[in-house]
Design a protein. Structure first.
Length: 143
């Protein structure tokens, strides 16, 4: 029974993955509206995630209503700090999507969702920036 449930979840997540995340952001941030940030803002962004993650992911999927209610931060750093390590490919994505200037003012947050039954649902990557007027916001959700 567990194997059948896991197979169903895996197939469902493969089918619904394009619905849950998009291959490109709907809209890029406006450069003049972004605040400069640095690694010193890490604690601030971690606090902001308590509201940003539920807004971005909701709570779960059908059959798994609390899937995204618990999460762990794998990475939280400004994109320029990803150069030379395993997260650098996401910086390349951000530059391709919205340009180098936007990417350099943005952050990568990689998440682990421990209640998720499979790898596809257990990982999350979001691109964030800080608006001068509205604070932190997610401008792209990869997974």
């Amino acid at each position: 029974m567990k194997m059948l449930t896991l197979m169903t979840i895996t197939i469902t997540s493969m089918i619904s993955a394009p619905i849950l995340g998009s291959a490109q952001p709907e809209k890029c941030p406006v450069l003049s509206e972004l605040e400069a940030t640095s690694i010193k803002d890490r604690e601030e962004i971690i606090r902001a995630l308590t509201t940003l993650i539920p807004k971005t992911y909701g709570t779960g999927l059908e059959g798994f209503p609390d899937l995204y209610t618990r999460w762990n931060i794998v990475t939280a750093k400004p994109f320029p700090k990803t150069v030379g390590n395993e997260d650098e490919a996401y910086f390349g994505m951000a530059k391709t999507f919205c340009g180098k200037e936007i990417a350099e003012k943005s952050w990568l947050v990689r998440l682990d969702f421990p209640k998720a039954p499979g790898a596809n649902l257990a990982q999350g990557q979001i691109f964030l920036a800080k608006s001068k007027e509205k604070g932190w916001f997610v401008w792209f959700r990869y997974h």
